[in-house]
Design a protein around this ligand. Structure first.
Ligand SMILES: [Zn+2]
Length: 375
């Protein structure tokens, strides 16, 4: 037979009555110790100031929910020197303040939620006789996770202004949990060193390039590895890029070139084409000369490095062959070169303005509409 004491959620609860409600749930009436002890001065008291009933859910029994109706008393402190006049029963072992379920049931919810997740845990617990929503289960899981005392392995340390430009403190952050661990009142080597000595679990310290924190880390946490924080690495990179851009002032692309530069680019292109043509003339003359010596195409090819078929083809020409440009189509902006040149000289130099003009003249945008590339 189950005795009354088996219904008690903890050993310090004395069970008075167990009854079944109309809904089938079990209701257990219980109370705590018949006297209290002042948490301030430790004086025991039997003088009751008042009481209240706290209703909390416990483990289910026989497929039904179990509710504990706990009588929580408030006692008078009998010590006249004590600053506390009254105090309440300590029911922390049964349930945390304001909780609607006993600590042991909350712990069970946490375990099931951890194994099954929110909604599956809700379904499973309902079959076990605990009606609880998945939101509550997840809240309980979160609460249990927060109770774990954080032992920061990887920390970030930086200065932090109590008042900008006037006084600065030091902020220490747990980088794994992204949470502030501590705020020191100043940015002094001694203060930081002391803090680090009190936290030997620190393995990595992310810091700025200021020598202060480097010194504190060397003294207070010699076991820890020091790394530069991301902000300062990116800042360094940005400064290096800016420096390079300033050194090469015109490395900003063709769009910003002046007219004089554009003309110089065009003349360079012309020079290169002329040089190319000249070299073709030289090749042509060489091949012709070798042929006049009575050499075969294969022999000329071996001496000049050109394929035999190319040599034979070149020997058919009266003059050096000019480079042939592919037949232009309306899908190429080069098809409208002359027209675009005129517009450019008239001052229309924006791709967005030129595009509709050539579209009117039949420019076929193929797959992706874009500005005429060369313009
Ligand atoms: Zn007291």
């Amino acid at each position: 037979m189950v005795s009354k004491k088996h219904w008690a959620p903890t050993a310090n609860v004395e069970v008075g009555e167990v009854r079944q409600s109309e809904t089938g749930a079990w209701v257990v009436s219980g109370r705590l110790a018949p006297n209290g002890t002042c948490p301030e001065c430790g004086t025991p008291s039997r003088q009751r100031h008042g009481w209240r009933c706290r209703r909390i859910e416990d483990f289910p029994a026989q497929g039904q929910a179990v509710w504990i109706e706990l009588r929580v008393c408030r006692w008078r402190c009998l010590n006249s020197d004590c600053r506390r006049r009254t105090f309440s029963d300590r029911e922390a072992a049964v349930a945390t303040p304001y909780a609607r379920r006993t600590s042991r049931q909350a712990q069970l919810l946490g375990h099931v939620a951890h194994a099954a997740g929110g909604t599956p845990a809700e379904r499973l617990l309902r079959r076990l006789g605990i009606r609880v929503s998945d939101d509550t289960i997840l809240r309980q899981l979160l609460r249990a996770a927060q109770v774990v005392p954080p032992r920061a392995r990887i920390i970030g340390i930086d200065d932090w202004s109590w008042r900008k430009s006037q006084n600065y403190g030091t902020i220490i952050i747990d980088l794994e949990r992204r949470a502030v661990i501590d705020v020191l009142e100043d940015r002094d080597v001694v203060t930081c060193t002391d803090w680090l000595r009190r936290h030997p679990e620190v393995e990595v310290i992310s810091r700025d390039r200021c020598g202060l924190y480097a010194q504190a880390a060397r003294k207070g946490a010699p076991q820890a590895e020091q790394v530069a924080d991301r902000f300062h690495i990116v800042q360094n990179l940005r400064m290096a890029i800016e420096e390079q851009m300033n050194l090469h002032g015109r490395a900003t692309g063709r769009a910003l070139l002046s007219d004089a530069d554009n003309i110089s680019t065009a003349s360079n292109l012309l020079k290169s084409r002329l040089a190319h043509r000249k070299s073709r003339e030289e090749i042509y003359e060489t091949i012709r000369a070798l042929r006049q010596q009575g050499l075969t195409c294969s022999e000329i090819g071996r001496r000049t490095g050109f394929p035999r078929r190319s040599v034979a083809k070149w020997l058919q020409f009266e003059t050096p062959p000019d480079r042939k440009r592919a037949v232009l189509k309306r899908s190429s902006a080069w098809y409208f070169e002359e027209y675009l040149k005129q517009r450019w000289e008239n001052g229309i130099r924006s791709g967005n303005a030129l595009l509709p003009l050539i579209q009117e003249r039949g420019y076929e945008v193929s797959v992706r509409p874009d500005r005429p590339a060369a313009w």
